[in-house]
Ligand binder design. Structure first.
Ligand code: CA
Length: 175
């Protein structure tokens, strides 16, 4: 959730190159809507948004029971601003301007948190998939899957028993 489109594009590009699918919202309300409609592994949330404060969005989400890890971006390196973000329920924060490798490292760290924070592994038959670590097992044997195959399997396992159309798969896997 970031209103500076150049920065948002840069973040999208970097995360996509690491194999993540990325949705961008330019305003808090739009972000809140997207977070209600889809399940995300992590949220990168800018504090200074055109409609209202990212910290307010963060505390709203936590009140609504959203436990997705949140990395907050703040333009001001004052203690009060950092504490405010964490008090609002963010898991971590980063002060702008930040280095891109650091942003990616912090997102990876959030994604490594214990399963009870992130939600559970997915299972179907004897297949087990961990969205947080991007690993898959058949029985006890780990399976190496290319990124797109992993995404397709993850989508199907999140929707066991439901029919997925070609468009739904394309939207999820190719964003
Ligand atoms: Ca901003």
């Amino acid at each position: 959730v970031e209103d500076e489109s150049r920065l948002a594009d840069l973040i999208r590009k970097g995360l996509t190159e690491e194999g993540h699918a990325v949705d961008i919202a330019g305003e808090a309300e739009e972000g809140a809507h997207m977070i209600r409609m889809a399940t995300y592994d992590a949220i990168v949330l800018d504090r200074m948004l055109p409609d209202y404060d990212g910290a307010e969005l963060c505390s709203n989400l936590r009140r609504q029971g959203v436990r997705t890890p949140i990395l907050m971006l703040t333009a001001r390196d004052a203690v009060a601003d950092r504490v405010g973000g964490l008090d609002a329920g963010a898991d971590d924060y980063l002060v702008k301007p930040f280095s891109f490798p650091e942003l990616l490292a912090r997102i990876r760290a959030l994604a490594r948190r214990p399963v009870d924070v992130l939600g559970t592994e997915l299972t179907a038959g004897n297949i087990r998939l961990d969205p947080a670590t991007r690993r898959v097992w058949r029985g006890d044997e780990e399976i190496q899957l290319p990124n797109k195959e992993f995404r397709i399997l993850e989508l199907l396992m999140r929707n066991t028993g439901r029919v997925m159309t070609r468009d739904m798969i394309a939207n999820y896997v190719w964003d």
